[in-house]
Each structure stands twice: as C-alpha cells, then as structure tokens.
Design a protein around this ligand. Structure first.
Ligand code: ADP
Ligand code: MG
Length: 261
C-alpha cells in the first residue's frame, strides 16, 4: 500500500467526522502516555468538546483497562466497520478490544502500521471535535506511517523529567517536525511527588527538563503532572481521576492542560 492512497482514503472516509486529531506521543515507553491520553481526553470533554480516544499502542494496549472496558468488543453492523465502545462519554477503540488480553502482538513494522490505520479507518467515529490518539512508544515506522497518512492536527509530547526520557522526547519532536506535524506542547509527567508524611515536593526524576525542552523547541510546557498513587489506582480500577474525583487538584491540572490545547 502506498501512503498517498491511504491519505486520500482517510480524507474521504474515516476521519471526515473528526475536526482535530491529536497524537499523544513519547519517545520512551512507560512515561505515562496512556495515563495522559485518558485524562486529557476526558478533560477536553469536560470543556464541552466531543471527544474520541484511539488506543494506537498495538503492542501494549492499556486504554481498555484504564477505562474499565476490557471485556467489551466492538459491534459491527455491516461486518466491515466497528462501532466505537463508549466509555464515560468518550468514543473509543483499541486493538485490546479485538484480541485476547494475554496474546502478544508479534507483527512487524509494516503490518503493525496497517493494523493501526485499519482500526482508525474502520471505526464509525461519530462527529468529534477531537480524536486523541494514544501512540505506541518510539519514533519508528508506525509513527511515521500514521503521521504521513492521516491529517494530524498536532502532537502532544509526554516525558518525565529524567534525562533518558528527555532525550527520547527530543527524537519524537524531531520526527514530527520532519513530517510537518506541529508540536502543540510538552507534558511533564511524574514531575514531582508530594511526600505523604512531610508535604514536601520531591523531584524524583529531576527538575526543569521539560521546561528547557519546550523552550529549545519553541513550544509550550502544557502542564506538570505529579507522580501520585491516586492517579495510578484510579486508572488501575478503570475510573480515571478526572471522572472519579473531579474536585481533586490533579483533575484541575488536567483541565487547565486541556484549556491550553
Ligand atoms: P505509557 O503509556 O507511556 O507506557 P502509562 O501511562 O501506561 O505509560 O504509565 C506507566 C505506568 O505508570 C502505569 O502503571 C501508570 O499507572 C503509572 N503512571 C503513569 N503516570 C503516573 C503518575 N503521574 N502517577 C502515578 N503513576 C503513574
Ligand atoms: Mg501506553
């Protein structure tokens, strides 16, 4: 398949209902892309937008667990397209809905890219103001194919303040620059931890890195999310903090972050 053809097909069909496609990306795995994508999507919805969430991490789909939809399977009214699974008002789809949870994906790059484009194209997305895409980690073939074959509005880069994460975040920004996708901003996750005994802010992974990165690439630091048990537990339980505890200061951080997008 060639990229020009896919691009045309997408512009005509799957994404015609979608005003903005935002990819949540990071060079490195485990920095909190999915955590951010879920809470960000819900915060955008809280502002009144119609939002979809596509789990594009085909090697490690975690959105179904985080939304408590892991046992659901998309219905197909015509045996060709899938109805999105609705969760807390979000229209979602994930490779995780389509395969057994314990089955490892062993696809090579091109097949993986194709699977991803297919799940995007074959989903009957409702009218959406935003489709948030939770990307797989890295800056390889999958990211490039997706970036080149769908009209991406911009990327949100997630990093921790740790040097090795920042190095990979740079690679991510450089890759999107090459394919002319603007970087909307950087989110620093696991930015600090508030000591449960003393109340002090502890910079576990270092300090100031994401702000420097944003400055260097002339983009904005969208927000800093602390490392906190609550955020993790809520997602492990399939009830994101923005939903389960709307008055929690963390929810406020995500809402402010959504305001900047
Ligand atoms: P990625 O999608 O980048 O691989 P995840 O969002 O899955 O990363 O996060 C990796 C792990 O770290 C998950 O178990 C998640 O619950 C936890 N985690 C992510 N961000 C935070 C945070 N700010 N506070 C506490 N735990 C977090
Ligand atoms: Mg993830």
């Amino acid at each position: 398949y060639d990229i020009a053809t896919l691009k045309r097909a997408n512009e005509q069909h799957a994404v015609k209902n979608i005003k903005n496609i935002i990819v949540v990306s990071s060079g490195k795995g485990g920095v909190g892309k999915s955590t951010t994508a879920v809470n960000l999507a819900l915060a955008l919805q809280h502002e009144g937008a119609k939002v979809g969430l596509l789990d594009a991490d085909i090697y490690g789909p975690s959105i179904p667990t985080m939304l408590g939809t892991q046992n659901q399977h998309p219905m197909s009214p015509d045996n060709q397209h899938m109805m999105p699974i609705m969760a807390f008002g979000l229209a979602t789809n994930s490779i995780g809905y389509l395969v057994e949870q314990d089955n490892a994906m062993v696809w090579r790059g091109p097949m993986a890219s194709k699977a991803l484009l297919q799940i995007l194209q074959d989903t009957m997305w409702p009218e959406l103001d935003y489709l948030v895409i939770d990307m797989p980690p890295g800056t390889g073939d999958i990211q490039l194919t997706l970036a080149q074959s769908i009209p991406v509005t911009g990327s949100v880069i997630v990093t921790t303040p740790q040097d090795i994460a920042l190095i990979d975040a740079k690679k991510g920004i450089t890759m999107f620059n090459k394919v002319n996708i603007p970087t909307i901003g950087i989110i620093e996750n696991m930015s600090y931890h508030i000591c449960e005994n003393c109340g002090h802010h502890e910079a576990i992974f270092g300090e100031g890195g994401a702000a420097q990165l944003a400055k260097h690439y002339h983009t904005q630091l969208l927000g800093q999310i602390p490392l906190d048990r609550v955020l993790r537990q809520d997602l492990d339980n399939g009830r994101p903090t923005v939903i389960s505890q709307p008055d929690n200061p963390f929810s406020q951080i995500y809402n402010e972050l959504a305001d900047r997008i």
